[in-house]
Design a protein around this ligand. Sequence first.
Ligand SMILES: CCCCC/C=C\C/C=C\C/C=C\C/C=C\CCCC(=O)SCCNC(=O)CCNC(=O)[C@H](O)C(C)(C)COP(=O)(O)OP(=O)(O)OC[C@H]1O[C@@H](n2cnc3c(N)ncnc32)[C@H](O)[C@@H]1OP(=O)(O)O
Length: 177
Amino acid sequence: MRHPDAPAPGSPLGAHYRMCFGCGEDQQHGLHLKAWAGEGVSVTARFTVKPAHQGAPGLAHGGILTSALDETLGSLNWLMHIIAVTGRLETDFLLPVPVGTELHIEAWATAVHGRKIYCTATGRMGGPGGPVAVRADALFIEVQVEHFIENGREEEIHAAMEDPDQVRRARAFEVNP
Ligand SMILES: CCCCC/C=C\C/C=C\C/C=C\C/C=C\CCCC(=O)SCCNC(=O)CCNC(=O)[C@H](O)C(C)(C)COP(=O)(O)OP(=O)(O)OC[C@H]1O[C@@H](n2cnc3c(N)ncnc32)[C@H](O)[C@@H]1OP(=O)(O)O
């Protein structure tokens, strides 16, 4: 499952798309989540809850926490050298997460069946060994690059295809942009 050319454990994964809400460095409204390759088909990530992420006073919105887990699970793509999108995602919220918390996220693949990738993630507070505040089980489905080209809004697709960095990132998934 781990691709022979997968980034070495500990390597930063970078953004798959600079305008991505989860990881994009140029997305001013985004989470700016950072992820690193782990052993096997696993990744670690960090995300800090900011005031813009509140659902209740001083507490993270559940949808934001789910997004952070979704993004980390999506980063497993880098380890497998495939493109997969979220088909199903179920989140358990175990502890309230205050603004200012740095969430330590871990995600790993648990099974593969055809195009279906089953995977799990946890988000811990106070450090990588801290209590689990959120966890999610997900089903990702492998797709071809046409999934984006055929369904994305034309102006962003054109901009992405004209961006050599984006084309290079797409190639890292061994797809033909
Ligand atoms: C140069 C331009 C390049 C641009 C792109 C460049 C780079 C991109 C690189 C990486 C980006 C990739 C991911 C992003 C990473 C992180 C972001 C976070 C991840 C996300 O946020 S991503 C957005 C949310 N996501 C969607 O926007 C998906 C919308 N959706 C669909 O597009 C279709 O729905 C699809 C494709 C999922 C399936 O459609 P389909 O027609 O291909 O396949 P089909 O329906 O046959 O399903 C095949 C088998 O999966 C089972 N299955 C399907 N769905 C299921 C479900 N919900 N529950 C249980 N089982 C399910 C079936 O039951 C069958 O199972 P079986 O084979 O056993 O029968």
